[in-house]
Design a protein around this ligand. Structure first.
Ligand SMILES: Cc1cc2nc3c(=O)[nH]c(=O)nc-3n(C[C@H](O)[C@H](O)[C@H](O)COP(=O)(O)O)c2cc1C
Length: 217
């Protein structure tokens, strides 16, 4: 344990070349800046640059966080999809508010998004479901996410049956599948610096537009 503690202390952060960030040269909207940073992460070879931590809270107010794939981003918000029976779906049903966190290690960049969450129409959610690969649809069709599983064989048998159902009825859509949009109230861009002169720029929604604000690191 002591060795591990020492290893943690000795680990270098922000190794290698990291980019500069000039907050004065940023677009008017956070979705534009985010798109540029996401493309930068993709070009830097970040594995799953579209993976983000999604934090929600349920009735007890306690947070739960998990990694999800970003489906789409634009002026309307950041989108992800979920199984209707999952913890996140249950949390969002009682408290439709989420925080998203992206971290792109080679670039020493973090983005944090907060805001209310709205569910897409049944049509849009179904379109998202049908755009998934067959394996992902088979798994989601089970609608059992985060429920206790007796053993792995039970999972494999259920997925096999689900694949057979999809082969017979390729247009099947999981009933609870929902596309969610986080409508941002604030979006913070954080650029790490080797000398710890990190740069933080937050966009705060003001009416129809955005106000930009620098933050102390
Ligand atoms: C890289 C990565 C991507 C993931 N993408 C998704 C996703 O798009 N949708 C999803 O429901 N779970 C995804 N998961 C699994 C979730 O992190 C989580 O285990 C699952 O959604 C159950 O969460 P719950 O606590 O909301 O029930 C992903 C996990 C990883 C590591």
């Amino acid at each position: 344990m002591d060795d591990l503690r020492q290893l943690l202390r000795d680990l270098e952060v922000f190794a290698g070349d990291i980019p500069q960030f000039d907050p004065a040269a940023t677009p008017d909207t956070p979705s534009e800046l985010f798109s540029g940073w996401l493309l930068g992460a993709f070009e830097a070879g970040v594995r799953e640059p579209h993976a983000m931590t999604v934090s929600t809270a349920g009735t007890d107010g306690d947070p739960t966080a998990r990694t999800l794939i970003l489906k789409r981003v634009g002026p309307e918000g950041w989108q992800f999809a979920s199984d209707g029976g999952s913890v996140k779906a249950r949390d969002l049903a009682v408290r439709p508010y989420a925080a998203l966190t992206f971290y792109w290690s080679p670039l020493a960049r973090q983005v944090r998004v907060r805001g209310p969450v709205v569910a897409a129409s049944a049509e849009d959610s179904a379109a998202d479901f049908l755009a998934r690969g067959v394996g992902a649809r088979a798994e989601a069709l089970l609608g059992r996410q985060s429920r206790p599983l007796a053993d792995l064989a039970e999972r494999d048998t259920a997925v096999k049956e689900s694949l057979a159902r999809l082969e017979a009825e390729p247009d099947l859509v999981a009933p609870g599948w929902t596309l969610h949009t986080v409508r941002p109230e604030s979006v913070e861009f954080w650029q790490g610096d080797k000398e710890r002169r990190h740069t933080r720029l937050t966009y705060l929604r003001e009416g129809e537009g955005w106000r930009k604000q620098l933050l102390w690191p």
